[in-house]
Design a binder for this molecule. Sequence first.
Ligand code: UT7
Length: 323
Amino acid sequence: MIRSVVRGFGAALPKRVLTNAELESMVDTSDEWIVQRTGIHQRYIAGEGETTASLGEAAARAALDKAGLTAADIDVIIVATSTPDNTFPATAVNIQNRLGMHHGFAFDVQAVCSGFVYAVTTADAYIRGGLAKRVLVIGAETFSRILDWTDRTTCVLFGDGAGAIVLEAADGAGTNQDRGVLTAQLRSDGAHREKLYVDGGPSTTGTVGHLRMEGREVFKHAVGMITDVIVSAFDATGFAAEDIDWLVPHQANKRIIDGSARKLGIPLEKVVVTVDLHGNTSAASIPLALAAAAGDGRIKEGDLVLLEAMGGGFTWGAVLLRW
Ligand code: UT7
């Protein structure tokens, strides 16, 4: 059986760090409120010349280096983003060109904070379907560019960055002991669109718009949706919470992460947390967290790793893979 195995990982963050203390001088907020309600201490903000494509390119180059590969070895590039450099062409095509890659194909996936989980699922389907041998999967965002910097309920939450992995086709026995993606579970429900959306777009206002969120409403749904889809991943594979070596969740809020882990019975020592340093980087948060935990040796070959995300749409999903 063909499996999609992680060969390399990489990350890229903008140069500028924005601390909670600095935000206190921009809106009516406090370090204490932000830390207590979200766990965020700082976030990175893209500066001049830094864009979703430039950050995605840097993360992609790091992932290729780690894999010992070059762009010549890649068949497909999939970028998960809601903050593309342009409405079109896709940021993936921009990154393809920046990498000097003129073969294969590249496209974007838009599922907001669940984007990376959707993109990994898509890449896995291409690989298992025999359409590609190696896929570069990137989550890259510059949410700072769609924030309303006068709205304290949203501007303190988000940050910019990019992460990438290389997925490669490998022969597996078809058992749960195989390395690679073991199951992927995706969900969406557009009935919740008003709770988290951007109030502009090419076909409505002709503007880019700003992020709007009813945070409390999103929070109310988050833990239930996340745990439901993880239970589906357990049902599909026969694994249980105690089998998981690492939970790598979307990094929206430390309280959501802790609440989900607690409900599932996954000890907090097995949860990778980067929200304190990165804030919520939407589709970039999971690959940034993967790069942090694999980079410092926490995630090791053979570990069972659970990815999960929930975000605008609503969209949500989980991927269970053996590293
Ligand atoms: O990644 C996509 C998914 N997104 C999420 O998962 C986000 C989900 N939501 C959340 O993480 C939380 O709901 C927030 C962090 C956004 C807010 O936390 P909360 O505990 O739900 O607070 P709240 O919205 O109920 O607001 C509590 C109070 C309000 O004041 P009143 O009405 O009680 O007087 C807010 O006006 O906190 C106030 N507030 C702030 N105070 C200081 C809201 N934002 C701020 C702020 N600084 N930045």
